[in-house]
Design a protein around this ligand. Structure first.
Ligand code: ADP
Ligand code: TMP
Ligand code: ASP
Length: 244
């Protein structure tokens, strides 16, 4: 695909966004090698992280698209870039949990690894200055994340369908999907689609055989082998899904 990278629009913790010349409807997303946690209080990086996360995101979005869950992905370009549809982003991060871990395990004093009877959907208000606080449905409506309860219900429904897809997708690579975060945005014609990324930065993935953590918790908790785990996740997924 021929394209010309334009001006940088935004630099975030894990990606840089650029204009694409002649295509105001697109954004080029460059996945960076940097790794942050706790709202960037902790910083790190490893060579090739951007490439690994671009490749994983691309595989995930292609898989979900085939199951009727569209995303912003237009095309992969370069080694660590993706052209995407420019969206009106919703100011919410939607988290789905299958197994209790992380902030919700801590909040209720329950043991990490406790399976949930049914998937739990949570909303977080997307605002770095406020450190993305948890919000109730009513708070999401108060803050005009969306206009109506039925739109919130649509987000939950999409999140649960993504969850079902991702359980299969990661399961085929012998990875248990503990929890994950997605972001969504609206297209010009009003469709709600998946955006941002789906990677070991945004999911908890435990090896099904050993229980070993294979995601950003290795960095957050100083468990070592961060790069090796990300590369292993990408390799397993490519081996299973690239030819499909
Ligand atoms: P952060 O902003 O949290 O530091 P990133 O470094 O990943 O995170 O930056 C990517 C930014 O791009 C995020 O704010 C995300 O919401 C936004 N974004 C992702 N996909 C799109 C899209 N298709 N259109 C517009 N913005 C997007
Ligand atoms: P949590 O248990 O810390 O709330 O995280 C739940 C899931 O969301 C986990 O898979 C990691 C992901 N996540 C992000 O993608 N970005 C974030 O800023 C946070 C806090 C979590
Ligand atoms: N996404 C946040 C950060 O990059 C928090 C986290 O993932 O722990 O700092």
């Amino acid at each position: 695909m021929t394209y010309s990278k334009g001006a940088m629009i935004y630099e975030g913790k894990a990606k840089r966004l650029f204009e694409v010349e002649g295509h105001p409807e697109w954004i080029l997303q460059e996945f960076k090698d940097s790794l942050t946690a706790f709202n960037a209080l902790k910083k790190g990086s490893f060579d090739g992280k951007g490439r690994v996360n671009r490749d994983i995101t691309s595989l995930v979005f292609r898989f979900l698209e085939k199951r009727g869950l569209p995303s912003h992905r237009v095309a992969d370009v370069g080694t660590n870039e993706m052209i995407t549809e420019k969206l009106d982003m919703l100011k919410v991060e939607v988290v789905v949990r299958n197994v209790l871990a992380g902030s919700t395990a801590k909040k209720f004093g329950l043991e990490e690894g406790t399976p949930l009877e049914k998937p739990l959907v949570e909303f977080y208000y997307k605002d770095d200055v406020l450190a993305d606080p948890f919000i109730s449905d009513d708070q999401a409506l108060m803050m005009k994340v969306v206009k109506t309860q039925s739109e919130l219900d649509e987000l939950k429904s999409i999140a649960l369908k993504v969850n079902a897809g991702l359980i299969e997708f990661f399961g085929a690579a012998n990875l248990k999907l503990v929890d994950f975060k997605i972001e969504l945005g609206r297209t010009k014609d009003g469709r709600t689609v998946l955006a941002d990324e789906i990677t070991p930065d945004s999911c908890r993935l435990w090896d099904k055989s050993t229980g070993e953590k294979m995601d950003k918790d290795r960095f957050r908790r100083d468990l070592g082998n961060v790069q090796e785990s990300y590369v292993e996740v990408a390799t397993r997924l490519k081996n299973h899904w690239e030819s499909k």
